[in-house]
Design a protein around this ligand. Sequence first.
Ligand code: NDP
Length: 306
Amino acid sequence: MEKLIIIGAGVAGWTAAIYAGRASLEPLMFTGIEEGGQLMLTTDVENFPGFPEGIIGSDLVEKLKKQAERFGTRIFQKNVTGFKKIKGGYEIAVGKEKYSSKTIIISTGASARWLGLPNEKNFQGRGLHTCATCDGFFYKDKEIFVVGGGDSAMEEANFLTKFAKKVTIVHRKDTFRASKIMQEKVRKNPKIEIMLDSEITGLKGEPPLKMVTIKNAKTGKTKNYKIDGIFLAIGHIPNTAIFQGLVELDEHGFIKTDRRMRTNLPGVFAAGDVQDPIYKQAVTAAGTGCQAAMEAERYYDEVKEK
Ligand code: NDP
C-alpha cells in the first residue's frame, strides 16, 4: 500500500507533491492525460509571486514538475477512472490497473466552461480568456466582451473596467441570473454596456481574435463586432465525477473541505480549484496543495502502524 497518491497535476497537485516528497511520503502522482491544469491555457502569468518579469504558464508547470521530481515523486501520465474505500485505505483504478494508498490528495481541478465553437481552441489565451484576474491587465484601454449572466460575469465585468475602455456584457437570455446587488453595480458602472438575447456564434482573427459574430436570439439576425478580447464567465465544472457518492460535494459539484483541506473521508484531502469555487488562483491552489500535503503527512503518521 502506498503512503500517498495524488490525483491531478495542476499547481495544487505539484505543490502537494513537492511537500509530500520532502516529507518522505514518496508520492505517486497521476497527472491525467492533460497535465498542467488551467495554467496551460494562459500565456503570461504575472501574478505568481517570485517572477517579477512574469512567466509563461506552461513554463511554470514545467518548473513545478521538475521540483516535484527532484524530491522523488513518481509520475504517471494516466487518467484515474475509479475510486473506492478499502480496508485501511483507498483504492484507485486506472483502467484495469489498481493502486491502493493510506492517504489521497485530490487535485483534479475545475475546467472553465467554453463556448463549444469549432475554432475556439485557436484563440484560448489569444483573445479568448476565462480569468479576468489573470489576463485583464493585458486589456488596458481596449474594448472587451464578457459573456455570461451569473455573478461571475457581473464581478468580472466590473473588475475589467479597471483596465478596459469599454466592457460589454453579452448574455444569451433577456434576464440575468446574477444577484440583484451585483446587477445594480454593473448597471451603475458607466463603462459597462449590456447586450441581451445575444449568443456568440463565430470567432475570427489570425489569431489573436479580431472579430466576433453575434446572433440575436429573438430575431435570429447575426452581426459582426470588432473586439479586442472576450472573457467567458459561463461557469466552471469541477472534475469530481469519479468521487461522487463517496466524497461530499457542494451543490455545484465542488469538494467540501474544512480549513485543513480534509474531506468527509479520513485520509482523503482536496486542494486547488476542485474545492475552490471562489479564488481559483494559481497561488491559492499552491497554498492549499501545501496544506493538504502537510495534513496527509500528519494523518499518515497516525495510521501507518494500523
Ligand atoms: P452560473 O452558473 O451562476 O452562471 C453561468 C452563466 O453563464 C449563466 O448566466 C448561463 O446562462 C451562462 N452560460 C452557461 N453556459 C453558457 C454557454 N454555453 N453560452 C453562453 N452562456 C452560457 O456561474 P457563475 O460562475 O456566475 O457562478 C457560480 C456560483 O458562484 C454561483 O452560485 C454564484 O452565485 C457564485 N458566485 C458568487 C460571487 C460573489 O458572491 N461574489 C462571485 C462569483 C460567483 P443562463 O442564465 O442562460 O443559464
